[in-house]
Design a protein. Structure first.
Lengths: 342, 292
């Protein structure tokens, strides 16, 4: 924990201030709802970042865990009348269980096989939700899912509830980075063979990352269900999984902060595009699809490490340059002084 | 029994399409070790461009030829300006890259042609032909013919021509191939051109049977890739056989279990296969981890 504070204290302070102040800078209910959605997405992308950046795997089915979480909590609360709290706990456990089973099954897979398996899983879940009509309501979806009212049911209290969860998830993940587990993950990412020979159980670590990411996505899904109040299977498909992927990739796969920054950025771009399509009538179709596709391609081509790591290296370079210039100045000053004295 | 045969016949037709997609994947993969997840979009582009041109009163044959040429060009450009640029990228980056390209194509298509589904006129009449009670659309026969011709030509190219030997050389050992004066970059471009062209043909022949729209590429691409994995990644013959099997299993599942679960069945087969024997029915030809 101490290392985390040493290394991330400044960033974390800035994060806390921005997070707390945002709903008052933008006192409009609409912007608060955007803030809530960003928070929900951030919980998923931080989990995905653990899988991609740390364990060096890829998941193209993250929206499926999100969907399982959402439907778990929605069904438990609406059909069986349980309290949303129980629903939310279940919405972490059930997707975690799914992730565990899938993760165990595909632990030996790598690269393209893994991508394919998670993609197929995503499709199966979406089709399953649509087809299991007696429980999930099928394509028509579910309505009147109870709100979460731990702190009251205003938009503002929901905002703080969700960002509270984001903060917990963030702390957990940052802490993980600086533990034995985090070091093991980085070793796996660099070279699996070397990691294995150092006695790291690569399979177990990968599985853990997968399960944690599934649970995060599930919690976020549960919160999403209670926040929206209605559900249908449509948002839990490939399109959303690719959106999550874009968020993680643009921010920088290897950086938890990158996932957060990427999430905020992509959501702002989405909002901007919606505003633009209201002004420009020619923009039919999925403009956001084009933009996300282009971002993925351009990032891999020109900035494979992502935005946050790139900015950090730039910042460090400029700091180093400044220090160098300072040293050079000092030297020349001394020389001048010496000349003056002689 | 007739019902069963009917499902098998339907399965053979969709299996044929998966076979073309699967072979397209493998052609590119064998040469460049890239899995082009945008493969399905070649089919979408082929079908949509042909429909759009016929809509502009271009004669059927010319529209089809132009559509094939255009998609081939798209394949070449994709290799030349994007894939070749990130030669040193790791597999995860390549997956992200080709997914990005596929998303981009889909978005552009929805912007140009909207989200409606279009139908293309069949090559010959709409009247189905009966084979002892099994009704087969005439277009289905065209599809099967196209599939078999493409598979034969590809086999001939790979096994019986010098060009095919060059492509094979690049897949076996790019360094040695280069020392022999073969340019892996050029062969890779050729592979993209081939899978662009075959994809476009597949997209055009299925357009009359099942309508075409901006988003048909995703599922076709994934199923083709499933077939490629089922057959053993890198093994074109295995992939073609697996594709027909996948088509038949899917069609039987849709008929006897539930038509809504049709796609889920194909993917369950895939996940099952990955668990039991990730190297596929016929074994992975280019041995490697996860095809890398």
């Amino acid at each position: 924990m101490k290392q985390v504070i040493d290394k991330w204290g400044k960033s974390f302070g800035i994060y806390l201030i921005l997070m707390i102040v945002f709903p008052f800078v933008m006192p409009d209910e609409y912007y608060r709802s955007v803030g809530i959605i960003i928070g929900l997405h951030a919980i998923v992308t931080i989990g995905l970042c653990l899988v991609m950046g740390l364990a060096g795997q890829i998941s193209l089915g993250q929206a499926a865990f999100w969907g399982i979480g959402a439907y778990t909590s929605a069904v438990l609360t609406t059909k069986y009348g349980l309290s949303p709290f129980v629903g939310l706990v279940a919405s972490a456990i059930i997707p975690g269980l799914f992730a565990f089973i899938l993760g165990r099954a595909i632990a030996g897979l790598q690269g393209y096989y893994l991508a394919m398996a998670t993609l197929a899983f995503g499709y199966i879940v979406q089709i399953g939700i649509t087809e299991w009509e007696p429980v999930t309501g099928g394509a028509n979806g579910m309505i009147s899912i109870p709100k979460v009212t731990f702190f009251g049911d205003s938009e503002l209290s929901m905002y703080y509830l969700i960002w509270g969860v984001v903060t917990c998830v963030l702390l957990f993940s940052l802490n993980l980075l600086h533990s034995r587990v985090g070091r093991a993950f980085r070793a796996i990412h660099k070279s699996e063979i070397a990691a294995t020979s150092m006695g790291i159980d690569v399979r177990k670590f990968k599985l853990n990352a997968f399960v944690v990411s599934g649970m995060f996505a599930g919690i976020s899904g549960g919160l999403y269900a209670h926040y929206m109040g209605i559900l249908d299977p449509q948002p839990f498909g490939l399109h959303e999984s690719i959106k999550f992927l874009t968020m993680v990739v643009i921010g920088g796969m290897t950086s938890i902060w990158g996932a957060l920054v990427g999430t905020v950025l992509i959501n702002f771009i989405s909002e901007g595009l919606i505003m633009m399509s209201e002004v420009i009538p020619g923009l039919q179709g999925d403009i956001d699809t084009i933009v996300f596709g282009a971002i993925l391609v351009l990032i891999v081509m020109f900035m494979p490490e992502g935005l946050v790591p790139r900015l950090r290296t730039l910042y460090e370079k400029s700091q180093a340059k400044k220090a160098k210039a300072k040293a050079a100045n000092l030297q020349s000053d001394q020389r001048v002084e010496r000349k003056a004295t002689t | 029994m007739t019902e069963f045969l009917q499902y098998v016949a339907n399965g053979l037709v969709s299996g044929g399409i998966y076979a073309i997609v699967a072979v397209g994947f493998i052609t590119i993969y064998n040469v460049s070790k890239v899995i082009n997840l945008a493969q399905g979009e070649f089919l979408m582009l082929g079908g949509m461009v042909a429909v759009a041109m016929i809509g502009m009163n271009v004669p059927y044959v010319i529209a089809v030829v132009l559509a094939i040429l255009l998609v081939t060009l798209v394949g070449i450009m994709m290799q030349k300006y994007v894939i070749a640029y990130v030669k040193k990228a790791n597999p995860i980056s390549l997956i992200i890259l080709t997914i990005g390209i596929s998303t981009l194509f889909r978005g552009v298509a929805s912007l140009i042609w909207g989200k409606d589904a279009f139908a293309l006129a069949p090559i010959t009449s709409n009247e189905p032909i009966s084979f002892g009670g099994v009704m087969v659309a005439q277009q289905s026969l065209w599809i099967l013919a196209a599939v078999l011709i493409i598979l034969f030509l590809l086999w001939y190219l790979m096994e019986r021509t010098i060009l095919g030997k060059k492509i094979n050389a690049c897949s076996v050992n790019p360094m040695a191939a280069r020392l022999m004066g073969i340019s892996p970059a050029k062969m890779s471009m050729l592979a993209f051109a081939i899978s662009g062209a075959t994809g476009a043909i597949a997209g055009i022949v299925i357009a009359p049977l099942s309508v075409t729209s901006y988003d048909i590429g995703v599922l076709l691409g994934i199923k083709g890739f499933s077939a490629a994995i089922l057959g053993g990644l890198g093994n074109p013959l295995g992939a073609a056989v697996a594709a027909f099997l996948l088509g038949i299993v899917e069609s039987l599942g849709a008929g006897y279990v539930s038509s809504g679960m049709k796609d889920a069945i194909a993917f369950l087969v895939l996940i099952g296969m990955l668990l039991v024997k990730p190297s596929g029915i016929f074994g992975e030809r280019s041995v490697g981890k996860g095809g890398l």
